[in-house]
Ligand binder design. Structure first.
Ligand code: AMP
Length: 313
């Protein structure tokens, strides 16, 4: 495994290894979530490159850029044990030299959820990911479902700018109690760590209601809100039940639903509870402050099934 810190060195090292490439962009302080992406990339490509770069442009002025956890030695030994070929670990100056002035803005889907709380975040994410795609030139790039809106923004950018790369989304890896793995979990003290699975419990409660037929966006959001508000150490930033493509919030259906006919079950037959969101994507998501860290999590209902992630035992 080689570790490269400049773009020229990275490109030269990559040119020496023929075959297909998978890229896993990270900000380091690696955990099983990151490693699951690396393993998938290893399985699907001849070679794997992992970038470790705490990208300053995706942090707001009052966010945790300086305090963001870092442990390069540990990261490198984990990546070496997975037989990663190349690690790209540039400094901010390499990525944003003096007189840097070009940014990628994805318009609509960046306005909601994370984008509402963090207005410059996705501009930084899209810009650094576009740069990494250009530097690495991989066939495939791997991202976690944990950052659901990020996956939507990146897929939109790749489609809109005709980038020749496949985007692969991997399941959220979770601790035994459901807490989504995150580098920021390190900010949790023991008491707040106990409280942190409240996000998973809230998502599970809304999923259960959906599975029992609940299709009212307001009610799904209030179920999640209720679970979080019962945890005194948790403070909601947002809870959302949104269309998984547009990120528009799902709104309540009239109750009772208007009577309609269902052509497939015969003329004039009463409709089974037709739902405007059945069969389309629904993203249940939230951001919740649990003590110091602001935690995010989501469940995605897509193609008739739930993607809730995997508990890592
Ligand atoms: P980060 O280092 O936080 O920028 O994350 C790098 C990549 O790892 C992103 O694509 C994340 O979505 C992904 N990731 C982070 N946490 C998890 C997790 N718990 N499960 C799966 N992927 C994750």
């Amino acid at each position: 495994m080689q570790v490269l810190t400049t773009i020229e060195d990275f490109r030269q090292a990559k040119a020496r290894l023929a075959g297909t490439w998978g890229l896993v962009p990270t900000m380091g302080f690696l955990h099983e979530g990151h490693l699951s992406l690396v393993k998938r990339a290893k399985a699907e490509n001849d070679h794997v490159a992992v970038s470790i770069f705490v990208n300053p442009t995706q942090f707001g002025p009052n966010e945790d850029l300086a305090a963001y956890p870092r442990d390069l030695d540990r990261d490198l030994s984990l990546l070496k044990s997975l037989d990663v070929d190349l690690v790209f670990n540039p400094t901010p100056d390499v990525m944003y030299p003096p007189n840097y002035q070009t940014y990628v803005t994805v318009e609509d889907v960046t306005k909601y959820l994370e984008g509402a709380s963090r207005p410059t975040h996705f501009r930084g994410v899209a810009t650094v990911v576009a740069k990494l795609f250009n530097i690495v030139g991989a066939e495939r790039a791997y991202f976690g479902q944990k950052d659901a809106q990020q996956t939507i923004v990146i897929k939109r950018m790749v489609a809109d700018l005709n980038m020749p790369i496949d985007i692969i989304i991997c399941p959220t890896q979770r601790e035994a109690d459901g807490l989504a793995m995150s580098s920021r979990n390190t900010y949790l003290d023991a008491e707040h760590r106990q409280a942190a699975p409240v996000l998973y419990r809230a998502l599970t409660a809304a999923k259960n209601a959906f599975d029992q037929g609940e299709r009212d966006g307001d009610r799904l959001r209030s179920i999640m809100r209720g679970v979080i508000e019962a945890e005194p150490l948790a403070k909601i930033d947002y809870v959302s039940a949104a269309d998984a493509t547009t990120l528009q919030e799902l709104n309540p259906l009239p109750n009772p639903p208007p009577s309609t006919t269902n052509p497939s079950s015969g003329e004039g037959a009463p409709s089974p509870q037709l739902s405007p969101i059945e069969g389309e994507g629904v993203l249940l998501s939230m951001a919740v402050r649990v003590g110091k860290p602001r935690l995010i999590d989501n469940f995605l209902y897509q193609d008739g099934q739930w993607l809730t992630g995997q508990i890592v035992s």
